[in-house]
Design a protein around this ligand. Structure first.
Ligand code: NAP
Length: 318
């Protein structure tokens, strides 16, 4: 089978398409005939070595959607021919998903409804589970609360906007101006250009957010703490400076809760994916596929995920 691997850490050019042997699924695993693989910023962090992997060469990619074509011992939940999607692959102990076939443990996958395309499934898995963990597990977002989603046009952001809307929240979000109308269509009640000088005042004029999903935590934590409602919950999923300080003076008087998180710690990824599958099937949370690439364009896709401005997700289709 063909697989996009890196034999050493480095820039996008270390990605190469290799012809490798198919693997058989082990105990509690299935093999997926891949129809689509999502492209995420985290794929680039494993590629550069910023995040650890067990060994090299490594297949890149975390998200996958496709059809089960073999099951390992003890697998009763899934059968050959099932449409499935999965995430959390391509890191410690697991090869990735930019390939024609992928081995996945059953607790990292869920059935993909007929009404949801393979590209949509691959586009939704990692970002959907991230938004799910942030709102449902960490923040306990409630109907009628105000929720600020930073970077609403991003992979996580555009799904988070829809999930917060589906949960009955009043949704505020930030994005480049060009994506504002689209984000209103997805359920945002107010959209702000993150470049404006008066961003903090503009958001605060509309609502004091009860929940904030933060993508660049070091840059925005001060603003978030100042504008959050008393009892607010700030969930940070990304940062560009891990040494940045938490502003105590803005947080303490409001009893703010601050949570950094990683999707990889989700206790039951398959369960979260099942809930997301229902939301996608019923049209409540539908990921947008901005562009698809062939396997041999993986380097271009990984460049674009860090540098481009598009609404939604990039997907590889082998
Ligand atoms: N902790 C976790 O489990 C987890 C999971 C998934 C992602 N993440 C992290 O979360 C971050 C976002 O991931 P993603 O997949 O959504 O990335 P993405 O699809 O590449 O989206 C990036 C977004 O950032 C926006 N942006 C760029 N500069 C900005 C600024 N100065 N202020 C506010 N927004 C800005 C872009 O907006 P425009 O295009 O509109 O300009 C774009 O929407 C990344 O750092 C990623 O590593 C963490």
């Amino acid at each position: 089978m063909r697989a996009v691997r890196y034999h050493e850490h480095g820039g996008p050019n270390v990605l190469q398409v290799d012809e490798i042997d198919d693997q058989d699924p082990g105990q509690g695993e299935v093999r997926i005939d891949v129809e689509a693989a999502g492209v995420n910023p985290v794929d680039t962090y494993f590629r550069t070595g910023e995040y650890p992997v067990d060994s090299l060469p490594m297949i890149s990619g975390s998200d996958v959607a496709g059809v089960v074509d073999a099951v390992g011992e003890g697998v009763e939940e899934f059968a050959v021919g099932d449409r499935v999607f999965a995430t959390g692959l391509g890191n410690l102990g697991r090869q990735g998903t930019y390939a024609e076939a992928v081995i996945a443990p059953v607790d990292a996958l869920a059935e993909l409804p007929e009404a949801v395309s393979f590209s949509e499934g691959a586009a939704m898995s990692l970002v959907g589970v991230t938004a799910w963990q942030a709102f449902v597990y960490h923040a306990g977002l409630e109907p009628g609360e105000a929720c600020l989603v930073q970077s609403g046009s991003g992979g996580v952001g555009h799904v988070a906007v829809q999930l917060a809307d589906a949960m009955g929240a009043r949704v505020l979000t930030t994005a480049s101006e060009t994506h504002h109308d689209h984000l209103r269509d997805l359920g945002a009640d107010a959209v702000f250009d993150y470049r404006r000088d008066d961003l903090e005042e503009a958001v605060a004029d509309v609502a004091a957010p009860d929940v904030i999903l933060e993508t660049i935590t070091n840059e925005y934590f001060g603003m978030d703490a100042r504008i959050a409602a008393t009892g607010g919950r700030i969930v940070g999923i990304g940062n560009t400076d891990s040494e940045a300080a938490v502003p105590m003076s803005a947080s303490k008087p409001k009893d703010l809760r601050f949570q950094m998180m990683t999707m990889y710690n989700t206790p039951d990824i398959g369960e979260a994916l099942s809930r997301l599958a229902y939301l996608a099937e019923t049209g409540q949370v539908v990921p947008e596929v901005a562009r698809t690439y062939d396997l041999d364009e993986a380097a271009e896709a990984q460049r674009a995920v860090l540098e481009g401005s598009f609404l939604g997700k990039l997907v590889l289709t082998p």
